[in-house]
Ligand binder design. Sequence first.
Ligand code: 5GP
Ligand code: ZN
Length: 137
Amino acid sequence: MAEDCLFCGIVAGSIPSETIDSDERTVSFMDINPATPGHALVVPRAHSKNLLEIDDEDLEATAVAARRLAKRMSDSLGADGINVINACGAAAWQTVFHFHLHVIPRYEDDPLELPWVPESGDPDEIAKAAAKLRADG
Ligand code: 5GP
Ligand code: ZN
């Protein structure tokens, strides 16, 4: 447990939350500022700051828990779709620095919008980035 970590406090039960699911490695609870009705968060019990630091077993367990919630959102809330979102780093909108997956039920008539405008990229720039990202690049 990290001191002064909000989500460690929720996992420990010292900070109240609407918990909806838990297992050996994860706890899931409702987001206090829901993007849509039913917006939930899945966190590993063990503190890790973000996607770059979480260990593989906890990452796998949070993904499995997120899918468990996605199924319930579909079955119990009548969600038409689901977004699973992770913010890694302040530049990527992370505000709570204990790894979490947002599981956001989507409804045909909800007001959320794609946060970028899809536009054709420059093929050379795409190829350059691909070369840097290839393991043997
Ligand atoms: P991030 O911005 O790091 O991707 O997501 C953090 C999320 O935590 C936000 O969606 C925010 O609404 C949620 N959050 C912040 N404080 C609390 C809290 O005290 N309780 C709960 N349940 N969620 C919180
Ligand atoms: Zn923490």
